[in-house]
Design a protein around this ligand. Structure first.
Ligand code: GP9
Ligand code: MN
Length: 684
């Protein structure tokens, strides 16, 4: 009997508890219906935006952006508890309108640009304004307005509960604070869970903020937009302090600069068309290399034989990789110390190669089959002075012709030739065009789509009975560097096809063809060690004790990051190998001299003038000359000429030079110092 009563008792209390919680939940919902509607509609809008803009399975299943959206909305909503009953709605309404607008604007923007809007683009209104009418006429669709439903529901709920809520007893100040803190605390927990779930790649991309689709897909639209405002304001804040000192240093630096003197290359190419190839991740390591007698880069090797090859040419990129090279190649400035010039300082004045060509009556264009907002190229290519940027929108991209990151180089070049033909016909002027390749981009994993190329070692052995057999030692097969060679082989073949197509179209006749590798491919050091020290007998790296073992230290690794620079014409007008150490920063002065223009504010040098005295500075403060590679983090160096003794003075002098160069370059961009020079020039 006792047992039965106990059971009854338990059941009763369980029920009571349930009723109590149910009651509490009901009560909570009833009291906070407006707040909850606000939360629900704002989060739902964010989900819908992702649903309509990026309809991929990965996106549908992703929980992270929902968590982030919820955290942000809850954080903003929590402050509503501080308000009086009557004013709470107004506060929430304002926030809800802002959040709704964020969704509507981004929805429209995405239809136009397949990317998300940025506050930094406000200063680009002049570029966006011409498409304003088109937006209303052609683009505004039902899916852009769906977000307003949330706002209407929110207002309807308010009207429904208005009377009850207004008449309700006001919370005390302490109660209001407590409720707000509770809300903030929950949102902090949500953010903690969210942050733990992030990978370092995701964090890195969030900080850089340029890969907008990627960020929205993982961080949600609201966090993206908040971060965007912060990133957009950063350059403004940076440029408030230190202007006078920066200007003084700048003027001093250029007053000391020596005048450029003419040399045998001055004006040799004046009036000729230019096609520049931005060779994604092409390193010298692939050039003139063979596997089983087959060249990795037959096309590049031919161009090198027939043209001018700069054999000690270094890319000087920072976190902006491709975009940093585009900046340095075209302006002879270094990447900025924080952020990237393409994203944070796209609205500065640049003395750029396209602008100088334009002054000479050229038509200037750039072509790249990726999303136009990648690295903020849409905006920055305008600032650099390209008349037109042909981006992904202008190419036919389908699943058939995609390799790695996007449109395959072969298809990109084939479609680009057609565009260049039209440009030539339409413009009737010489042209300067930059074509940015894409296929040879890390992680080089689409191996089966490249043209077949073996990176093993084939050995023919003769057996006792006289028969022969070919054995394959895996060597670089299956390594990242091995896949890289396969990828470069593909990229090289694509270039070969491009050159043939240009030739067929008569576009090589009066044209100078320039190719640079934009930066190294970030390959593992161990793969280089394997490349240099492979033992076929063990299918492994040789022992360090082995007398044939070639040392491979961090300096060798740095030196192997070298990239090619080739200048070639069909009639072999220029030929030879330039061995003097040269950086991306020297490209503009060197090429400018050949085409008859000079940027007085270039920080690099014409290699044919400076010759063996050149110092190539890297954004981290390291530098290299013909004699030394200096590591500024360690304060150590490796001598590149065994017989020469390097003096302390030499190191000190170049250290100072490196520091000054990086400072002046950064100041010129951050403080927009060339803008005033431009004003002065115009006033004259
Ligand atoms: C993107 C491509 C690659 O469009 O240029 O950029 P990267 O990752 O090399 O900086
Ligand atoms: Mn790149």
């Amino acid at each position: 009997m006792n047992k039965k009563i106990k059971k009854w008792k338990e059941k009763f209390f369980k029920q009571l508890k349930k009723i109590k919680t149910e009651h509490l939940v009901k009560q909570f919902i009833k009291n906070n219906i407006l707040f909850l509607t606000f939360l629900f509609t704002c989060v739902l809008n964010a989900i819908l935006l992702r649903f309509f803009t990026m309809p991929t399975l990965e996106n549908y299943l992703s929980f992270k952006p929902i968590l982030a959206d919820f955290g942000v909305v809850l954080l903003f909503g929590s402050f509503s508890f501080l308000f009086k009953n009557k004013n709470r709605f107004t506060y929430l309404l304002i926030v809800e309108i802002i959040f709704t607008l964020i969704c509507v604007i981004n929805s429209i923007y995405y239809t136009f640009y397949t990317s998300f809007a940025s506050a930094s683009m406000l200063s680009l209104a002049q570029f966006i304004a011409p498409v304003g009418d088109a937006v209303v006429e052609n683009v505004l669709q039902l899916k852009d307005l769906v977000y307003i439903i949330g706002l209407i529901i929110f207002i309807a709920v308010h009207i429904h509960v208005k009377k009850k809520h207004y008449d309700r007893k006001e919370d005390t100040k302490l109660e209001k604070r407590k409720k707000t803190i509770k809300g903030i605390a929950v949102s902090a927990i949500v953010f903690t869970i969210f942050t733990i779930s992030l990978t370092s790649l995701e964090m890195g991309r969030f900080v850089k903020q340029w890969n907008r689709e990627y960020i929205v897909m993982r961080f949600g639209i609201y966090l993206y937009q908040l971060n965007d405002v912060f990133v957009s304001l950063q350059p403004k804040i940076n440029s408030i302090f230190g202007y006078d000192q920066a200007k003084k240093n700048f003027e001093e630096y250029f007053s000391e600069k020596e005048n450029h003197e003419e040399n045998e290359y001055t004006n040799i190419f004046e009036g000729k068309n230019v096609i520049v190839i931005h060779g994604e991740s092409i390193q010298d390591i692939a050039i003139n290399r063979t596997f089983n007698g087959e060249e990795v880069t037959p096309t590049l090797n031919r161009l090198i034989r027939e043209g001018l090859f700069f054999s000690n040419f270094y890319s000087e990129v920072s976190v902006g990789t491709s975009s940093d090279t585009e900046l340095t190649f075209n302006t002879s400035l270094m990447p900025t110390k924080s952020g990237t010039a393409f994203v944070s300082y796209f609205d500065r004045t640049y003395n750029s190669t396209p602008k100088y060509f334009k002054e000479k009556g050229y038509y200037t264009f750039s072509m790249h089959a990726n999303n136009a907002d990648f690295w903020n190229r849409r905006a920055m290519h305008k600032s650099l002075g390209y008349d037109k940027f042909y981006s992904k929108e202008t190419y036919d991209v389908d699943s058939e012709n995609i390799i790695g990151l996007g449109l395959s180089d072969k298809s990109f070049f084939a479609q680009s030739v057609e565009k260049i033909k039209k440009i030539k016909e339409k413009e009737g002027t010489p042209f300067y065009g930059l074509l940015i390749s894409l296929t040879n981009h890390t992680p080089f994993s689409d191996v089966e789509k490249y043209d077949p190329f073996d990176v093993d070692i084939k050995e023919t052995v003769t057996h006792d009975d006289g028969t022969t057999e070919t054995i394959s030692h895996p060597y670089m097969e299956g390594t990242k560097l091995g896949n890289y060679f396969k990828s470069v082989h593909y990229a090289d073949a694509a270039l070969g096809e491009f050159l043939s197509a240009l030739d067929e179209a008569g576009l090589l006749e009066n044209t100078v063809f320039i190719l640079y590798g934009d930066h190294d491919a970030r390959l593992p050091k161990n793969d280089y060690i394997r490349l240099n020290n492979y033992d076929t007998a063990t299918d492994d790296i040789k022992d360090e004790e082995d007398p044939t073992y070639q040392e491979y230290n961090s300096y060798h690794y740095e030196l192997d990051r070298k990239v090619p620079l080739i200048i070639w014409t069909k009639d072999h007008q220029v030929q030879g190998v330039v061995e003097n150490t040269m950086g991306m920063i020297d490209a503009m002065p060197t090429i400018g001299n050949m085409f008859g223009f000079e940027n007085p504010y270039a920080l690099g040098h014409d290699i044919f003038s400076i010759k063996d005295q050149n110092v190539v500075v890297f954004p981290n403060g390291n530098w290299i000359t013909n004699k030394v590679y200096y590591n500024s983090q360690k304060g150590e160096y490796m001598s590149l000429k065994d017989e020469e003794v390097i003096s302390k003075d030499y190191i000190e002098k170049n250290n100072q030079y490196a520091e000054k160069l990086l400072d002046v370059s950064n100041d010129m961009i951050v403080f927009d110092l060339l803008n005033q020079e431009k004003d002065k020039k115009e006033a004259k």
